[in-house]
Design a protein around this ligand. Sequence first.
Ligand code: NAD
Ligand code: GLY
Length: 370
Amino acid sequence: MRTLPVELPGSEYKIEIGAGNLRDSLLSAIRQFDPERVVTVTNSTLEQFYPAQIKKLLEPEGYQNDTCILPDGEEYKNLETLQRIYDFLMEKKANRGTVMVAFGGGVIGDMAGFAAATFMRGIKMIQVPTTLLAQVDSSVGGKTAVNHPLGKNTIGAFKQPNHVSIDLEFLKTLPSRELQAGYFELAKHGLTHDRELLDFLQEGKLEPLDLDFLEEAVFRSCRVKARIVEQDETEAGLRATLNFGHTLGHLIETHCGYGTYLHGEAVGTGMLFAAFLSKQEQLLDPSSWETIREFLEPKLRSVSLPQLDYDLFSSLLLHDKKASREAVNFILLREIGSCFIQKEMPLDLIWKHFTGFCKEFPNLCQLTTD
Ligand code: NAD
Ligand code: GLY
């Protein structure tokens, strides 16, 4: 098991990464927090694959655990489902001494994290991420949120976890499509901040699963994220670079309906577009662009965007139908492993390059009329 500390003054925590390490990692954190009770938040799919997983670990050690089982899917990442967590916490008489365990992917981690941030003005929480995406990205750094119909992750809070237990064994039951989606967020950390991580990924293969390769990749990915979060916990500047690929990614998710494309898939398309934009604006050299294209293109899923015109594109980027601003900040690449925030990039310029991107990659991204 490898340990990565996150050094945030007043909210330090450890990320523990291994295979088959859940029991040791979780129990040692729970013993340290010594909670009055534990509430686990998970979903119906995890409960099917791993019935009462957390309860079975904790109850023999004398910790009472109640499990809140939510419906599965990005389309349930909303205020209504959040209310179910609060209802459950109230029914079970949870209090400030309760520790919450988020057992699942990024959807569960983000929703449970937001519930833990707000219930009784904040209770302790442990992330047990079970998807590759959650292990390399969402379980670390304390962004929690639910979606609004008009904008992804628009209602949320910063709430660092008190501990993160990453057990790679869970990836053995993860569908291949989900694995691939998580791989894009892993590659994001290499593309934007760590050339060596990208080189490492290019040397290995995601499938068939190789847990040694993944342990190293997850460790490096969490390290990139942890170092950035330590410098800019609440996204005053630097942390925004972790949103590379997310401008178009969030637009795809919101416009096509949450759950139509997986978050990681939408971000993957967004990353290729952000690299394309960087190349078109002569900020990224053609040979780095080619390397990125060769790496990403074969892994991407085809995305179809119905009835998307400039007005809708703009309002989706601005999260506001009546917004009068004509520009957004955009994360671009300078080279592989180095990115920057292009402030106030004009929307018409982004649209021009986006339509060019759709023409160059008709099999990956189509604007359709139906
Ligand atoms: P997800 O949570 O929906 O999980 C994907 C699917 O895999 C679900 O059907 C889930 O039930 C299933 N699953 C989970 N673990 C499994 C396992 N071990 N075996 C079999 N099936 C399993 O999706 P995700 O990709 O993990 O997370 C996406 C979400 O994360 C998005 O909502 C995104 O906004 C959010 N996110 C948050 C951050 C952050 O910093 N907080 C960063 C990136 C993404
Ligand atoms: N996933 C981007 C961030 O955590 O800042």
